[in-house]
Design a binder for this molecule. Structure first.
Ligand SMILES: N[C@@H](CCC(=O)N[C@@H](CS)C(=O)NCC(=O)O)C(=O)O
Length: 86
């Protein structure tokens, strides 16, 4: 149900993709990872999803969110909704 499109950087400590992966794990949100090629020109599937070729991109049900800051805000929103319904 949730997929993170991220770059091939092997650690979660160095880039915007890793930041989002860490944030998702901390929030306890399960997700699949799709590692996209280093070069933007080799990322047509990202462009199909979002109209641009940067990652991270987070797909959650019908929602498609790009940019790590916006994704983290979305995760905050999911967590606060979860706390309201608990
Ligand atoms: N401001 C963006 C930056 C994202 C970013 O730097 N993405 C890198 C991978 S971690 C990328 O797609 N780089 C492609 C390139 O530099 O050509 C964010 O925070 O999401």
């Amino acid at each position: 149900m949730a997929t993170l499109y991220r770059c091939k950087t092997p650690t979660d400590l160095l880039c915007a993709c890793g930041k989002v992966a860490r944030r998702l794990r901390r929030a306890g949100i399960e997700f699949d990872e799709v590692r996209v090629p280093y070069l933007k020109r080799d990322r047509p599937e990202v462009e199909e999803l979002t109209g641009q070729r940067w990652v991270p991109v987070f797909v959650h049900g019908e929602e498609v969110i790009s940019d790590s800051k916006r994704i983290c805000e979305y995760i905050d929103h999911l967590q606060s909704r979860r706390m309201e319904t608990a």
